[in-house]
Ligand binder design. Structure first.
Ligand code: MG
Length: 386
């Protein structure tokens, strides 16, 4: 029997890459569900090609267009955020690929977890804001959550056959983004166009800005804590401009393991979809002799203030990562709309971390409330900056 997949956020970059992997292994996978937010044209063309049973368009304004286009193919079409949440609980799904960006992916993710459906997780905001809850739920229901992002996938792969108790630390590598060599004084001239031009990876807008500010690596550090059940002081970041070593694990005997490959998202996606099998058929190998050398350096947390803030939130725990994430989501949105400067993103995050009350052991409801509060507070603070 083929593995039936639901691609949540299929019209985004990860969603498209996931479909290109599925296309290569039509004998192993079939698409059961596709969801997109508002790119109805792409969603329609994906549905025509992969013939899922169900398609959901997040923005209800496009329901009729999508429905009319797919009716002749006998594809059920729904619209709205609630429909996305509901289809995540469909019993016909063997795996949910969660490629929706932002904490808005939490509700469908929760539904899939409660239904014990395996999850390939590309979204990191949910793990950052509610990682402890997700980890506990996954463990108590026996649901597998496999990372799709290159760094946690690298660590996941290094840990196959290993025991968590033998981990000394993990080292997340960071290419450093487009501003690695820019001086701090040049940071004030950064435009959204500059931030969206990542030297190594092609990605969606939110994650591209996060990579440029290095918040992305901070989010990955928090996410790694819950993915792998680590203590905050077991997580480190290392700059590795070539982006060939995707992360490393150091074990208690001093031995290290790393996962290496070219920068192609289809590699970690293919691993997650195929797990526990490693599917044959490589995109392109790595020619180390041609590369010659690989470089590593410590990150500059003074220049990349967001990275320092994320580590502060990681160490503090409780609702602090949720506050950090909510504030950052709003700040990035406002930066992309040119309402605030790049250097003001950490100011927004820091302001929210300082002013929203700390809860050391938040319930899920408290986290959801904290996410709302963080967004509201960030928006209010941004008004004082404009
Ligand atoms: Mg990453």
């Amino acid at each position: 029997m083929k593995k039936r997949l639901g691609i949540f956020g299929s019209t985004g970059y990860i969603g498209e890459q996931t479909l290109s992997v599925i296309d290569k292994y039509r004998d192993i996978f079939e698409v059961e569900v596709l969801t997109g937010f508002e790119n109805f044209e792409k969603l329609i063309s994906q549905a025509k090609k992969f013939l899922p049973n169900v398609v959901v368009i997040g923005n209800s304004d496009y329901y009729e267009i999508v429905s009319d286009a797919l009716q002749p193919l006998d594809i059920k079409v729904y619209a709205g955020a609630e429909a996305i949440e509901q289809v995540a609980g469909m019993d016909t799904l063997d795996m949910v690929v969660m490629a929706i960006s932002g904490f808005s992916a939490f509700k469908p993710l929760k539904t899939a977890l409660e239904n014990k459906t395996a999850i390939a997780l590309a979204n990191k905001e949910c793990m950052v804001s509610a990682g402890e809850w997700i980890r506990k739920k996954a463990l108590s229901t026996g649901t597998i959550v496999i990372p799709v992002d290159s760094e946690p996938s690298a660590i996941f792969q290094c840990l196959v056959g290993e025991s968590t108790k033998d981990i000394d630390k993990i080292i997340l590598t960071a290419s450093g983004g487009p501003f690695l060599r820019l001086s701090e004084s040049q940071f004030k001239n950064i435009t959204p166009e500059m931030a969206l031009r990542h030297p190594k990876w092609k990605m969606g807008k939110k994650i591209s800005v996060d990579s440029a500010s290095m918040m992305n690596k901070g989010l990955e550090a928090i996410e790694a804590r819950w993915f792998f059940g680590l203590k905050p002081d077991q997580i480190e970041v290392l700059i590795h401009e070539e982006a060939i070593v995707h992360s490393l694990v150091q074990f208690s005997d001093g031995s290290m393991k790393a996962q290496l490959s070219i920068t192609d998202m289809r590699i970690p996606i293919q691993y997650a979809l195929g797990y526990p099998e490693r599917l044959a058929g490589k995109t392109s190998g790595l020619d180390l002799a041609k590369m010659g050398s690989l470089h590593f350096e410590a990150p500059d947390i003074k220049k990349f203030r967001n990275l320092a803030l994320a580590f502060e939130a990681l160490k503090k725990g409780g609702n602090m990562p949720c506050i950090l994430n909510a504030a950052n989501e709003i700040a990035v949105q406002e930066f992309l709309q040119k309402n605030i400067e790049f250097i003001q993103i950490p100011l927004v995050v820091e302001n929210c971390m300082k002013t929203i009350s700390f809860i050391s052991n938040p319930s899920l409801d408290e986290l959801l409330e904290c996410d709302r509060k963080g967004r509201k507070k960030a928006a209010e603070f941004i008004k004082t900056l404009i």
